[in-house]
Design a protein around this ligand. Sequence first.
Ligand SMILES: *Cc1c(COP(=O)(O)O)cnc(C)c1O
Length: 335
Amino acid sequence: MAKLLNVRINESKEITLQNVWQAKKNLASHINKTPLIFSPKLSNLTNSEVYLKYEHLHESRSFKMRGAFNAISNLSPAQKSRGVTTFSTGNHGFAVALAAKKLGIRAVICVSKHVPRAKIEKIKSLGAELEIYGDGQDDAEQRCYELVKEKGLTVIPPFDHPEVIAGQGTIALEILEELPDVNCVIGGLSGGGLLSGIGLVMKTTNPDIKVIGLSMEKGAAMFESLKRGKPVTVREEPTLADSLLGGIGEKNQYTFKMVQQFVDQSILVEEEAIKKGMAYLYKEHNIVVEGAAAIGIGAILNNAVSLEENTKNVIIISGCNVDLDAHANAIEAYL
Ligand SMILES: *Cc1c(COP(=O)(O)O)cnc(C)c1O
């Protein structure tokens, strides 16, 4: 394992706005632009303009398709012929499976035992092979690197990879196109690929644009790592925002530094607020989204985040891979 991590270190390079534009080119004919929706009620509530970026509308049901497709489409023909593998709490695995299917290559997805059944069924339905292993993302990651040695597969990591980060950054290009005077972007923060990509684009374009990262109260590895000034491991606990679980990697190469540099605030959000956010999006916007995607709305409703008056704010609605039963249970108390 240590040996393989060194390979990643040697490959390390700087990620620039150019990489994000290249990613936009790679994705252009395969991945649809997502809508930016004005929310009159949230705008009234906050005395500001609030827009929702509907990243749950991708075919893969989350923004992860952007990074996964960009990384896979950049592989050499030899790598493509051997296939890809990844470790993931679900959405990235789903995205890798779908991207590999579109490109006609083999995919093996390693996941931990805690990944919801619905996500596992989805990955299988895409024809990907599945390896269920261990208690957390770190165990799944270890299995993934064994497969590299055993079968010559290429790992597509969920966040700490230049092309994955550049792919997620294309979200920011779309936002700027529609809302060039955006003041603040708010999104879920886990491994940090999403906000590294968005932060890179926003801060390069205008350093005054604020970027805010939100995580669940328990098991927020990036939050703890930022606090301690180095990547640390935290214990995973069940949460409605299961897509925000997982470590950031002790040998994190990119996202930890990029989040340090580009994310202005990292904030923890209570489980009840996440439920409220899911209920609000269901009632007011008629959408069913997973906990991780509702965390921004929950944070606003619970005053964990306060928007500056008369500013333009974008909240990333990141995905909708959720069991309908789990969704109904979560929102019941707030309907
Ligand atoms: C992966 C994911 C996130 C967090 O993205 P990171 O790049 O890991 O910080 C947020 N929401 C959803 C739905 C996700 O799948």
